[in-house]
Ligand binder design. Structure first.
Ligand SMILES: Nc1nc2c(c(=O)[nH]1)N[C@H]1C(S)=C(S)[C@@H](COP(=O)(O)O)O[C@H]1N2
Ligand SMILES: [Mo]
Length: 320
C-alpha cells in the first residue's frame, strides 16, 4: 500500500508541446546543447513532496493577504474551476523563465511593494497611483473567467479586480485617445530573463480604447480570494478574457492613452504568429497548430474552443 503513489497536482506530466516558447527556445537549444539534457535529468529526480511543501511556503505570504471582494454572479462559468496549485505552477512569465512549471521558483527576488502605476498620455488628469491606494479606491469584485492561452491550454480561475474603465473614467481620456498602451516593470535584478537582449523588454501590450472600456476588461489584483502571487503578475495585471493570454499583461507599471496603434511584445517578436487583436477563435488556426480545441490544465480534458472564448455576447459588436 505504501508503494501506491497518488500523483499530486504538481507532478502532473506536461506532454504538451510548448509553443510560444518554441520561438525562443529553438535558438536557445542550439546554444545550450548538452547542458539542457543534464539539467532535465537532475530535475526529474527532484522529490515531489519537497516540491509540494516548497510551493506551499512560496504561496503562504500571498494566501494570507486575503481580499474582501464580493463575488459578481454575472461572471460564472459552467466548467470546473482550476485547482489553485495547478494554476500557480503553470505560468507564462518570460521575465523569470520560459519554463512554465518553474516560474514560481524563480520569483523570490521579485519585490511587489512599494509599487506605483502611472496613467498618462491623452488624458485630462494624468496621475501616478500607489497600488494599495488604488485597491482601496476601486470597486474590486470577484469574477470567474475562462482563460485561454494561444498555446491551446486553458483554465478557469476566480480573479479579483476592477473594470479598467473605472480607472480610465477617473483620468478622463481626451477625444483623440484611441488606444491604450501598457508596460510591465523593467528590473533585471529581480527578473533575470530581462538580461536576455534578444527580447524587447519591458513587456508591452495594447488594446483599443473601446476594448479597454469594455466591462469585461479587468485590472486584476487578486486570485482565489487573496492578493496575486508573483507568478500570476503581482501586484496588478490585466485580464482580457476574450483574447489569447499574451494580451493579459502582468505586473503593470504604466498605462498610456495614445492616438496611434501601439506595438506589442509578441507581435514584434513574431508578427505572423501573434497579432494585435488576438481574439480567441477556433476557426483561425495558429500558423503552427490548430485552435479548434483546448486542454484544461490539471485535468487532461480537451474541450472545444469557444469563439471569443465564450464572451461573444459582450464583445462581438466591437469587431463588426
Ligand atoms: N509581463 C508579462 N506578461 C504576461 C506574460 C509574460 O511573459 N510577461 N505572459 C502572457 C501569457 S502568454 C499568458 S498565457 C499569461 C499567463 O498568465 P498566468 O501565468 O497568470 O496564467 O500571462 C501573459 N502576460
Ligand atoms: Mo499565453
Amino acid at each position: 500500500m505504501a508503494y501506491i503513489k497518488v500523483p499530486k497536482a504538481w507532478e502532473i506530466p506536461e506532454n504538451q508541446v510548448t509553443t510560444e516558447s518554441d520561438y525562443i527556445d529553438r535558438r536557445k537549444f542550439i546554444k545550450n546543447l548538452g547542458l539542457g539534457s543534464a539539467g532535465a535529468l537532475l530535475f526529474s529526480s527532484t522529490n515531489a513532496c519537497a516540491q509540494g511543501s516548497a510551493l506551499e511556503k512560496q504561496l503562504e505570504p500571498f494566501r494570507s493577504q486575503t481580499l474582501d471582494a464580493k463575488k459578481n454572479e454575472n461572471f460564472t462559468v459552467e466548467r470546473q474551476i482550476t485547482d489553485e496549485i495547478v494554476a500557480a505552477t503553470y505560468n507564462n512569465y518570460y521575465e523569470f523563465t520560459t519554463s512554465k512549471s518553474t516560474v514560481w521558483k524563480r520569483v523570490e527576488k521579485f519585490k511587489t511593494r512599494p509599487w506605483e502605476i502611472e496613467v498618462s498620455g491623452l488624458v485630462e488628469k494624468p496621475m501616478t497611483l500607489d497600488i494599495d491606494d488604488l485597491i482601496k479606491q476601486m470597486p474590486i469584485e470577484e469574477r470567474i473567467y475562462r482563460f485561454r492561452c494561444v498555446e491551446a491550454w486553458a483554465m478557469v480561475v476566480p480573479w479579483i479586480g476592477f473594470p479598467m474603465k473605472a480607472l480610465l473614467e477617473r483620468v478622463q481620456p481626451k477625444a483623440e485617445a484611441k488606444y491604450v498602451r501598457m508596460l510591465t516593470f523593467l528590473d533585471p535584478e529581480m527578473a533575470p530573463q530581462q538580461n536576455d537582449f534578444r527580447l524587447p523588454w519591458p513587456y508591452y501590450e495594447g488594446l483599443t480604447l473601446a476594448e479597454a472600456m469594455n466591462d469585461l476588461t479587468l485590472l486584476t489584483v487578486g486570485i482565489y480570494g487573496h492578493v496575486l502571487p508573483p507568478q500570476h503578475g503581482a501586484p496588478i495585471r490585466l485580464i482580457v478574457p476574450w483574447k489569447y493570454g499574451f494580451k493579459s499583461i502582468k505586473s503593470v507599471v504604466s498605462i498610456e492613452l495614445t492616438d496611434k496603434k501601439p506595438r506589442t511584445f509578441w507581435n514584434t517578436l513574431a508578427p505572423r504568429e501573434y497579432d494585435f487583436e488576438a481574439n480567441v477563435n477556433p476557426n483561425v488556426p495558429h500558423p503552427r497548430w490548430s485552435q479548434a480545441s483546448e486542454r484544461m490544465i490539471g485535468t487532461g480534458k480537451r474541450l472545444p474552443t469557444l469563439i471569443y472564448n465564450g464572451y461573444g455576447e459582450a464583445v462581438a459588436h466591437l469587431y463588426k
